[in-house]
Design a protein around this ligand. Structure first.
Ligand SMILES: C[S@@+](CC[C@H](N)C(=O)[O-])C[C@H]1O[C@@H](n2cnc3c(N)ncnc32)[C@H](O)[C@@H]1O
Length: 302
């Protein structure tokens, strides 16, 4: 019997998603796609959870608006040129799903082209249709503000007042700004210029050097978190993070791994085990709504 699966992702990550599916789910074949929306088919019933999907699950099929008789469902649209019919929007607004429950998702893929699917709601899923973050867009130094805010929201990261964050690749300062707003102390490492709004904050210190030059002598105290958004290959970033972990003992890591080449998929296949072996109990990879060709690695000691 043929089974169908759907995946929603950001357009920039489609090639990564397709490659990941061909490596991790070799029985599946692409069945249909529109930018940001893909379906696959295969002969076996499997748990379909590709890393480079914002949401993925079982596809129920394609429908016209009048065929959609759901009283509880979330509704997602492929782009903001599509207007969700008011009665479906009302169903979506009034539908509450709890962690562990099966979500019914209606995906508006084109004008009068709807697809329905189901997926199990996990704790790291956003509570809004099709994985939208609730962070309000505003003027910030860079989109890294939203990436760290989304990781914070999705994983309920236990950031605490005055905790010390080592931020690798901190310029121009979007992520630093978010961390400073959480009343944290940020040690930003980047040879490039930081935004003035960040530099003037007394809780921010700038080490204006490449992160490869950091040594134990740069730290009078240990750090609570290591955060990285460095635009270098994940192999390079991870090698340096492992080196830093030989003399720093943070309770958490939030690393944005840049996946500019398909070969970097090999890194994500093994990284979780490596980080677990370094004493981090919870290690997860998540593709966030604000991501392009990248993925977040979240690691917590407890
Ligand atoms: C995507 S940007 C970071 C955005 C930043 N996190 C923010 O919140 O605005 C990548 C940064 O990595 C920095 N970078 C690249 N190589 C680096 C290195 N070897 N050491 C430190 N920073 C580096 C770049 O200068 C650049 O500012």
């Amino acid at each position: 019997m043929t089974h169908y699966y759907f995946a929603l992702t950001n357009v920039e990550a489609e090639s990564l998603l397709k490659e990941e599916v061909s490596l991790r789910y070799p029985d599946l074949r692409i069945s249909y796609s529109r930018p940001g929306f893909l379906t696959f088919k295969g002969e076996n019933l499997i748990s379909f959870k590709p890393l480079f999907a914002r949401v993925a699950g079982l596809s129920i099929g394609k429908f016209k608006e009048k065929e959609l008789l759901y009283s509880k469902a979330w509704v997602w649209r492929r782009n903001d040129k599509l207007d969700i019919p008011p009665h479906l929007q009302e169903v979506s607004d009034n539908s509450v799903f709890k962690i562990g429950e099966k979500v019914t998702l209606i995906m508006m893929v084109g004008n009068d082209e709807f697809w329905a699917g189901t997926y199990d709601l996990e704790s790291s899923h956003f509570q809004t249709p099709g994985e939208e973050s609730s962070i309000i867009q505003r003027e910030v130094p860079s989109r890294a503000y939203y990436k760290i805010a989304e990781a914070f929201e999705a994983f309920d990261l236990p950031f605490d007042h005055q905790e010390r964050v080592l931020e690798l690749g901190s310029a121009p300062g979007g992520a630093s700004l978010f961390l400073l707003e959480q009343d944290m102390q940020v040690l930003g490492v980047d040879p490039a210029d930081m935004d003035k709004s960040v530099l003037k904050n007394i809780n921010f210190k700038h080490i204006r050097r490449p992160f490869e030059t950091l040594t134990e002598n740069d730290f009078r105290e240990d750090v609570d978190w290591i955060i990285s958004d460095i635009n270098l290959p994940p192999t390079v970033v991870l090698k340096e993070v492992y080196r830093l972990l030989s003399f720093l003992n943070p309770r958490g890591l939030v690393l944005t791994l840049k996946m500019n080449e398909l070969k970097h998929l090999e890194v994500v296949a093994t990284v979780r085990e490596k980080i677990r072996a370094m004493g981090f109990k919870k290690v997860e990879l998540k593709y966030l709504p604000g991501h392009k060709k990248e993925i977040a690695l979240i690691a917590l000691r407890s």
